[in-house]
Design a protein around this ligand. Sequence first.
Ligand SMILES: Cc1ncc(COP(=O)(O)O)c(C=O)c1O
Length: 378
Amino acid sequence: MNFDVHAVPSPSYVVDEGLLIKNLEKLKSVADRTGCKILLAQKGFSMFAVYPLISKYLDGVTSSGILEAKLGYEEMGKEVHTYAPAFSDADFEEILSYSDHIVFNSFQQWNKFKERVKNHPKKIECGIRINPEYSEIEVDMYNPCFTHSRFGVTLDNFEPDQLDGIDGFHFHTMCEQNSDTLERTLQVIEEKFGKYLHQMKWLNFGGGHHITRPDYDIETLERSVLYMKNKYDVDVYLEPGEAVALNTGFLVATVMDTLYNGMDIAILDTSASCHMPDVLEMPYRPEIIGAGLPNEKAYTYRFGGPTCLAGDVIGDYSFDQPLQPGDKLVFCDMAHYSMVKNNTFNGINLPSIVLNTLNDGPKVIKQFGYDDFKNRLS
Ligand SMILES: Cc1ncc(COP(=O)(O)O)c(C=O)c1O
């Protein structure tokens, strides 16, 4: 972290341009060496102020529906891919206008919309999401292949006679995983769907590739991409969200009060429930710069948010000195799945969005207030 915490509003998400560029360079190097295309999964990170920067390194965006597709189309201006578990009649015309690729979740959806795709003046490539029923994700909440999953076509439901007009397959079965998982997944994809892949123009490997993590095995990823490209003569797409913004952002917060109830407690101006919901959903314990595990340092505190939710607890952290109201805290790795998931429960304001620019330090991109809270409610 190389900015002054007192120079940014509290709370605020601070995305570091230099760290983001490092991730983007790594991703681009994979694309350059293998010829694959890499898209930003906007569901993970949609801070469009940095889309012009991202567009210098990546090939476009992937979208979960009409609003993300429009955002990517307007703000990135490169390839726009759209996949949703189901498309609505009302949204589809507009989705067509933004999208270069549309991936359908079932043959029923494909049959419903294929004439509209064909009749559209722009050439739009279509894909089917396949479900290989193989995933190494252990938490059901995050496993797109869990029993009775709604995501993608399983081999049992596959309809080879409906492939006319289908240009590619898409799978998404990973979450924060290394490339050994990808390699094993591809073996299952080949066993189950390999014979149909020869007819395809592209294969989209989805997201969940933790490419920018220090211990990620890039060589195995590149070998896997090249293997599929060469064997099936397909273009390969990767659509990471998390890996684009991994370890590039911080959430700066302030201690508002301290109290004692069987242990020391600090109330912060940031909330797990409102500002970092994955802390409760995953759940996980975010790192705080300078803090230790509970009891590792002399003073341990439980950090709670300013909401009424009893479980709005971020975690227990220890410090060398007692905390005082006004002290700043810096939570790490807060760029992805934070801004895109936050909310104003209890009327808690949203954190500001700050870009720590390479040359000029922190620049406030956006501050929120009453209107943002009110406009969602009536
Ligand atoms: C279809 C699809 N593509 C891409 C992603 C991005 O995944 P990640 O942010 O883990 O890379 C997701 C995440 O849920 C997804 O569902």
